[in-house]
Ligand binder design. Sequence first.
Ligand code: DC
Length: 236
Amino acid sequence: MSKTDKIIVAIDGFSSSGKSTMARRLASAVGYRYIDSGAMYRAVALYALENAMVGAAGDVDVAALVASLPQIRIDFEPQADGTQHTMLNGRDVEADIRQLRVSNVVSPVAAIPEVRHSLTAMQQQLGEGRGIVMDGRDIGTTVFPDAELKIYVDASAQTRAMRRFKELVEKGSPVTYEDVLANVLHRDSIDQNRAESPLRRADDAISLDNSEMTLEEQDAWLIDKFNRVISGQSAS
Ligand code: DC
């Protein structure tokens, strides 16, 4: 490929695989915009919960949610500390969308084709000027099949559950490791088996198993791939 200025970096993988941290740190190191596409699915799931579209058994009122999609506006608001917060119809929902009640309902919400079409269109708009790092499940396959750099992150379910458990405990959530592992396994299965853009590695993605890597090793690995692409070399 030829030398290029601004590219799209697509980072896909299972939940809690560390892909958001990787993506955020790369974006900040190279001055790109970071977009957490999972946060957008979480915001839609929160909207469904807050508007009585989720039954006691976790069943989603698909027709009501699809009818409401035109009323759901999602933005990202930059913060003084360099991070950005997810906004749902103008309200900061960054903390709310990370709760376990949202995690428990987000996979069925993300399996609804109309929800995916609507969010895919928003994500493509966000990447129009390139210079973006986006993480998710289908960024390299569906949202930006032409992304110049595609990474597929993997790690064992136990490693990922332990990471998420520690994060939740640090935030003061009363959860057990077993509950978090069950949630991770359940979401893996829905993410991989749904009909509409299931999680899968794009043929031209580079795989990374980061189970045994430190953050610094991971950053160095990714920046090397990025620099190769930017200078016109093959990333792998
Ligand atoms: O990355 P995360 O755990 O915050 O993602 C939340 C949910 O959204 C997860 O169950 C999968 C779904 N998702 C998706 O289907 N496609 C994406 N591009 C990003 C997330």
